[in-house]
Design a protein around this ligand. Structure first.
Ligand code: OFO
Length: 165
C-alpha cells in the first residue's frame, strides 16, 4: 500500500504531466499558425508522450492501491514568440520537470518506498533523453537562425518524428 504522502506527490506529478501535454499542444498550435507544420507535428507527438507519462503514473498509483485525485490542469499561454523561443521554453520546461522527478525520487528513497523508487527510475532516464533531444533542437535552431532556408529544412526534418511504440 502506498503512503498518503507518496500518493499526493504522484497525483501532483500526474497533474504536471497533463499540464505538459497541454503546454505542448498549445505550442504546437502556435507553430502551426505560423505554417511550421513540422515543428507543430513534433510538439503534437510530444504532447501525446506527456499524456502517456501521466497514464503510466496513474497505472502505477492504482496498482499500489492508491487513489487517483485529478486536479484542474493549468491553462498554458497562447503566445510563445518565434520558433527558437518555443524550443527554449520547451527545454526550460523539461529541466524543471527533471527537478520535480528528482524530488519525487528522493521522497521515495526517504520513505524507503522501493516500488516507487524503481518506477520513478524510468522517469529519471526519460528526462535525460528528453532534455538531450530538445537541447539538440535548440542547438540546431541557433545554428540556422529563424530566418532563411535553414529553418524550413529543420521544419521538414521535425515533421518526420514518429511516436514511440
Ligand atoms: Fe513527461 O516528460 Fe516531458 O515533461
Amino acid at each position: 500500500m502506498i503512503s498518503k504522502t507518496m500518493q499526493d506527490a504522484l497525483n501532483a506529478q500526474i497533474n504536471l504531466e497533463q499540464a505538459s501535454a497541454q503546454l505542448y499542444l498549445a505550442m504546437s498550435a502556435h507553430c502551426q499558425g505560423k505554417s511550421f507544420r513540422g515543428f507543430a507535428h513534433w510538439l503534437r507527438v510530444q504532447a501525446g508522450e506527456e499524456t502517456a507519462h501521466a497514464g503510466r503514473l496513474v497505472d502505477f498509483l492504482l496498482d499500489r492501491g492508491g487513489k487517483l485525485e485529478l486536479r484542474a490542469v493549468a491553462a498554458p499561454s497562447t503566445e510563445f514568440g518565434g520558433i527558437i523561443q518555443v524550443f527554449e521554453q520547451t527545454l526550460a520546461h523539461e529541466r524543471s520537470i527533471s527537478g520535480r522527478i528528482g524530488a519525487l525520487f528522493e521522497q521515495a528513497r526517504a520513505e524507503k518506498d522501493h516500488a516507487s523508487e524503481v518506477a520513478l527510475q524510468w522517469y529519471v532516464t526519460e528526462q535525460v533523453e528528453e532534455e538531450a533531444r530538445v537541447g539538440q533542437v535548440v542547438d540546431h535552431l541557433h545554428a540556422v537562425g529563424d530566418q532563411g532556408g535553414g529553418i524550413w529544412y529543420l521544419d521538414s526534418k521535425m515533421g518526420k518524428r514518429t511516436p514511440k511504440a
